[in-house]
Write a protein that binds this ligand. Sequence first.
Ligand SMILES: Nc1nc2c(ncn2[C@@H]2O[C@H](COP(=O)(O)OP(=O)(O)OP(=O)(O)O)[C@@H](O)[C@H]2O)c(=O)[nH]1
Ligand SMILES: [Mg+2]
Length: 439
Amino acid sequence: MNSPYNQALGATLIERTKRERIVLVGVTLPGHTDADTEAGLDELALLVDTAGADEAGRLVQKRDAPDHTWYIGKGKVEELRDLCLAVDADTVVFDNDLNPAQQFNLEKLLGRTALDRTAVILDIFGQNAHTLEGKAQVELALLRYRRPRLRRGIKGNLSQQSGGIGTRTRGKGETKLETDRRTLSRRITKLETDLADLLSTRQLQRKSRSRSGLAAVTIVGYTNAGKSALLNRLTQAGVLVEDRLFATLDPTTRRLSLPGGEPVLLTDTVGFVRRLPHGLIEAFKGTLEVASAADFLVHVVDSAAPDPEGQIAAVRKVLGEIGALEVPEMLVFNKSDRAAEVADELVSTHEGSLAISALTGDGVDELLLALGDRLRSISKVVELLIPFERGDILAAVHREGEVVSTAHEEQGVRVRARLADASVGRLSEYVVARTPPLQ
Ligand SMILES: Nc1nc2c(ncn2[C@@H]2O[C@H](COP(=O)(O)OP(=O)(O)OP(=O)(O)O)[C@@H](O)[C@H]2O)c(=O)[nH]1
Ligand SMILES: [Mg+2]
């Protein structure tokens, strides 16, 4: 209990009413530049701020490989400790992922909480989860992160630092439950089962929706790109819009009528970030399914961000991980009111994209027209044979699609019609031929 390590931790307890002060650490590994490291740290500073703490300083190191014991070299750890003392920082956050042993060794030598980017992102998600499902998903991701980091002996002291980022990712109480790895594993299994149940309920709901014949359009994009602002602009959904990372965790769906009159279901969902922790993606698969199961994605990009192309790449990487890369996508460069030139330039380099401002409404009419066109182009021309007595089916084809031709035959009416995937699925019993999509 009286090791210098514990004493240092105890000393930080007194000053918990003020915002936590954090030193950020970045390591430039081969294949990366110093500028990459700085950009990573700039974003980490935003994440830390969103989590409710302040950047107190930065330390960078160039290395051929991470150090086995501390990630950075021992001399650098000592420099880090001096910097923490000089700027009165209680916590260090590495932009690179620390393994449990490195985290432990750093904390021992620094006498301070050592965290990584993943812990900060988990902390923000934890603060922003509101629904039952959102909370369960975050808890699952947190417990999976925490399980290999459980330690006996020193855990209690770290837990007492109430209010800090490290506290929340480690768990508040130091009950017997928290210290028991097996109990934790049981809780993980329970959450996994609950979430699997929620997922199947959601899939049932989605099936009944797709039976309604409406195309499902999901808004995806980097966090803070303006996805919720766009949903609000298009549907008056009244979703929370904030200059804050990961303001949205739970999906919201609204019905929207396109200029041609065809209704679609538009969903706003959780934003992505570079190196989104894999455990979080895994835990959030229920939520992320709104992207992989969509008929179409509107990919919103913040034109005023420091590196829009990098953000597009990061979003596509996550889309790949959740199996959503095959879903047709339209790039929309938002915040054109703030960065008109950049937005125009991006539009010229990305075919089929357009510039909008969810704030002023600029370009939004064009977006709706383009969305209608794209949805029509991904719909298929199919041939159906409908028995004469099924006037209801014939009516449904007219309502949901565009009839190209009809011919009366012996067994019924042969109809060629352009239909969205959802409708084709619903009417599959009557489909006799499918032709490739028209471009
Ligand atoms: N200037 C300008 N600001 C915008 C525009 N669209 C959104 N914003 C601002 O950007 C910030 C983020 O907007 P949100 O709609 O919350 O972004 P989001 O993509 O839903 O973000 P998360 O849910 O946190 O991932 C807010 O401060 C908005 O007011 C725009 O077209 N122009
Ligand atoms: Mg949002």
